[in-house]
Write a protein that binds this ligand. Structure first.
Ligand SMILES: Cc1cc2nc3c(=O)[nH]c(=O)nc-3n(C[C@H](O)[C@H](O)[C@H](O)COP(=O)(O)O)c2cc1C
Length: 404
């Protein structure tokens, strides 16, 4: 790092998982993308890939021990921690996640991670049961709450022979997340952003409801990205299994009417409203206070229309930048453009939900970004990347407004 001060510096931590060999590929990829890379390894990691491999790839000493010999003493944990623009741990074991969550620092890697002020990007990889354990998920949530960026493991065949969640995320996606941290701008500093996410649940009786398949992932990704870029973010979300994103006020609601009330209460204080929530268009006209018995099931459930929150706010011509999402199954662009016009929006992000591999509940999506005078088709992108792309466009639209 010292010999190339002009390049952004990434410190790659490698821990003792079978995915350790993929961090060699990551190092290469980061170098190709213009980063200066150094490596720190746990003792267990050296059982999977040798320090010599990383030393050869980076041309730099590899830190493996706090009690280093003469040659390694200049890469002491504090200087490593201070030099790094971004630290990443790829793959990250359940063990290191647990240690970091509790502030433990008993080897070179965890001591450096505790000492650094740089953003930390963690890509976990482990057996499905280890990943799903309450204790691991609690540790992940604790780190996330402190601002650690997680590149979630994917689903697929694991080294142990199981098939499930826990596989190291795609190396290119990890590199994207690192790059986003290294180059992150504060272009939304002070901007007040209101985001809605998830689907709503419209109760029929105390245990049944009408819902939809929205997972909330896109809205959560947008809220977190906006907060990391300096925005003051409120996230109003319907029921979802997702944990609170970093740095946001989170308001959890259930029904469309509750979402409307929470959004209206915050709208006047907002500069931007990004409405990703799949708000139910209809709700059951009546709510049965007691659970409806099987033999009393009605032949039909009469519905009544829910208010259209976005259309109502578009009517106000408030000056707040209004961005809607449109999930369509036919004529995606045409229908989205009609929504833009009818609801007087500044931007609509439209996607085709007829492809089961994309959209609701998945990690990726293919969207069109439509404004009154332009139309852009983006390729299939991870939802976090879509969040970055969208906020780039939001930031560029806000700049001229601020200068006026
Ligand atoms: C063959 C093998 C593969 C392993 N793969 C993983 C893994 O993918 N993820 C994980 O969390 N632990 C894995 N472990 C367990 C860790 O190596 C073990 O918890 C070790 O103490 C981790 O040390 P570290 O966290 O300091 O690197 C594996 C162990 C072995 C023997």
């Amino acid at each position: 790092m010292s010999q190339t001060p002009d390049k952004p510096r990434v410190l790659v931590g490698v821990t003792g998982g079978i995915g350790a060999y993929k961090s060699c590929e990551l190092v290469r990829l980061l170098q190709r993308r213009g980063f200066s890379v150094k490596v720190v390894m746990t003792e267990a990691a050296t059982r999977f890939v040798s320090a010599l491999t990383f030393r050869t790839l980076t041309g730099e000493p590899v830190a493996t021990s706090l009690w280093a010999d003469e040659a390694e003493s200049r890469v002491h944990h504090v200087s490593l921690a201070e030099e790094a623009d971004v630290m990443t741990i790829v793959p990250c074991t359940a063990n290191v996640i647990a240690k970091l969550a509790h502030g433990r620092a008993d080897d070179m890697l965890t001591t450096t991670a505790l000492a650094t002020e740089a953003p930390l990007v963690i890509a976990p990889a482990m057996n499905t049961h280890m990943w799903r354990k309450d204790v691991t998920q609690r540790n992940v949530a604790a780190l996330r709450a402190r601002g650690v960026v997680f590149v979630e493991p994917g689903t697929g065949e694991l080294a142990c022979g199981d098939v499930g969640e826990g596989r190291l995320a795609d190396v290119a996606l990890i590199a994207d997340a690192i790059e986003a941290e290294a180059r992150r701008s504060r272009d939304l500093a002070g901007v007040r952003v209101l985001v809605t996410a998830g689907g709503t649940e419209e109760p029929i009786d105390p245990v049944r409801f009408i819902g939809n398949r929205s997972s909330g992932k896109t809205g959560f990704a947008i809220a977190e990205e906006a907060a990391r870029r300096g925005a003051r973010v409120s996230l109003v979300t319907g029921p979802t299994h997702l944990g609170d994103p970093y740095g946001c006020e989170v308001v959890r609601v259930r029904t469309a009417l509750e979402m409307r009330a929470a959004v209206l209460a915050r709208f006047d204080a907002a500069d931007v409203l990004i409405m990703t929530a799949a708000v139910a268009d209809f709700r059951p006209a009546a709510f049965a206070a007691e659970k409806i018995k099987k033999h009393e099931a009605p032949d039909a459930v009469p519905l009544e229309r829910n208010p259209d929150i976005l259309a109502e706010l578009g009517e106000r011509q408030s000056g707040v930048l209004l961005i809607g999402f449109a999930a369509e199954t036919t004529d995606v662009v045409g229908n989205a453009r009609e929504k833009l016009r009818a609801k007087r929006l500044d931007m609509v992000v439209a996607n085709d939900v007829s492809d089961p591999a994309l959209g609701f509940g998945t990690e990726a999506n293919r969207v069109h970004i439509i404004t009154p005078d332009a139309e852009e088709a983006l390729p299939v992108l991870d939802k976090r990347v879509i969040a970055r792309e969208l906020l780039d466009r939001v930031a560029s639209r806000l700049t001229p407004q601020k200068e006026r």
